[in-house]
Design a protein around this ligand. Sequence first.
Ligand code: ADP
Ligand code: SF4
Length: 695
Amino acid sequence: MARDPRYDVLFEEVKIGPVTAPNRFYQVPHCNGMGTQYPSSMAAMRGVKAEGGWGVVCTEECDFHHTGDVTPAIEARLWTEQDIPIMARMVESVKRHGSLAGCELVYGGMAGHNLYSRDVAMAPVAIPMEGTAPGQARAMDKTDIANFRRWHRQAAVRARDAGFDIVYVYASHNLCLLQHFLAHRYNTRMDEYGGSIENRVRLLREVIEDTKEAVGDTMGVAVRLCVDELIGAEGIQANEDGRAAVELLADLPDLWDVNVSEWDKDSQTARFSEEGFQEPFIGWVKEVTNKPVVAVGRYTSVDRMVSLVNKGIADFIGAARPSIADPFLPRKVEEGRIDDIRECIGCNICVSADFMNMPMRCTQNPTTGEEWRRGWHPEQIAEKGSDGRVLVVGGGPAGLEASRALGQRGYAVTLAEAGTELGGHLNRVSQLPGLSTWARVRDWRIGQLHKLANVEIFLDSKLDANQVREFGFDHVAIATGSSWRGDAMGSTHRTPIEGIHEKGILTPNDVMAGAELEGPVIIYDDEHYFMASVLAELAASQGHKVVYVTTAPDAAHWTHNTMEQSLIQKRLIEMGAELVMGKHIAQIGDQEIELACNFTDNRSWMDRGSLIMVTMRDAHDALYSELVADPAALETAGIKSVTAIGDCLAPGLIAAAVYSGHKYARELDTEVPIDSPPFRREVMGLSNDWPGELP
Ligand code: ADP
Ligand code: SF4
């Protein structure tokens, strides 16, 4: 198919100083939990995006000096020449496809911690560290400032030597020294680097000038700037010093990559922000500079991207998450395949991997992070390994993805779903407050399945073991999902609370199915992800008084990893919910519950209406168990394999269910080792200097 002419503007070249981007699709720097620890994985992941048409592909944060070390985060690194080959691998992987490679140099300052190097961090003034204190940074004197400028210059040269086309001067996300100099709450210096905005911008200006002088004839020099910290007058504000900083530096850099800060504000989830949510804060930047501007805001709508350019808000469509969810987004636009775009759902599971220091994963894109180690390409898949016919039982995220990927391999697939629509638990979850974009996981897969003539779909088809055996398939995948328990068993209560079944307890399944609630509604969160908090919102929206009890120290505790925790807690407080933290249920009465403090075991009774248990889920594995319990019957039926996938195997994240379905499809009719890892590993290079001098 040909590209829609309305989208031509997205494929115009744009100059960034001495280099030229082939189009306006710009993968802004983003963390991925691979960095220098899994460099081949990182390089292959970036390369796939270039192949998918992103005209500029950047690194994650790249620390460049041992006094600005961002350990324990797994990021890129350019401390010395020793690091260049790793970064060169990523550059080569990107440039092979004609895209530009950008490097985001970072100096952590008071957000850096130096946990590996054990140096003392530096800041504009002596001040406690940001984040994982205890510890304080020391104030920089003029020698420190001169040293910092030299280190940045040296790093820019190393980035050039690694082959990068663009180098960043980074002042955003509250993660780096240059932003700390800009922010008046940190920078209370009395010299020419503190005080007025002219003074606070001085170091940024000097570093841009240094970088241009060092490499500016060969590389584009980009500035990534936080123009608003969204904390009011205490922080940088778009209508104050944010704008003043851009005005003062207007045409000095070759490109402005602007956003709001911190990272949780820049990468808000769909639950808390709309596509394009940053426009009110960055819309003015092009008025004050002639240099190209990059804007982010979880853009997945191509029309919206076009209007961003046509309205003069930005020259580049910046994307981190949309490029993770679909590395081939630009290519699909170019080929007129808009409905093949796999849109980001804005869940931040990708972000959670970075917080947990492990390779990135994505709810929508099961291949991310697996490009090199398993050889999974987001668009290509091996042809079927046999003419075997496959039955997939269950049409939730796991069954949908398995059927889709098996269909893509060319297998004859039958998908049987008990319900009258596909989507599994997502159908109801995506109707909960704030989660409508999650339906994209279902909708994209249904759209793809409809294009596959070799996949048959049967709705309203609840299968039992006899039926499965009668049909005569070669392989059967059981993707029958899970449902919530209502007996309190979970992370805290490792066994059910006795007698609980007579107490009229509700589960999330009951509530999502429309169970009548009675106030005060007590929601017991022993799972700590999103479910309890969205049910609290639902109950409050129906006018009930809500008591949110969690066994964790704060609301929706695990969502620290998706950067939603503070927003969730704020929302619960603002809607009038009573929050009870660090307690668990000791006893349940008919109209009350007894809570026990996790630390002291002090007890207190609380009146209750409805009690909703959010603890754990049970796999619907009865069909699977019945089938595998009778191998002779399977053999008679000609069934060669029966495999449980998704929540039926082990209830978990939607991302895990999608991954499980995808993995099943990839591995069918292949030899998968089980005594050793079924993927390539990156074993770190050993130093040549061993044993050297030992104490
Ligand atoms: P997952 O997240 O693993 O995909 P879900 O719970 O979202 O799991 O989806 C499971 C799907 O399986 C549901 O749509 C459910 O209706 C369907 N299902 C469960 N049991 C059967 C069965 N015996 N036959 C057909 N479909 C089934
Ligand atoms: Fe988007 Fe979620 Fe994938 Fe991140 S994990 S890219 S937010 S779909």
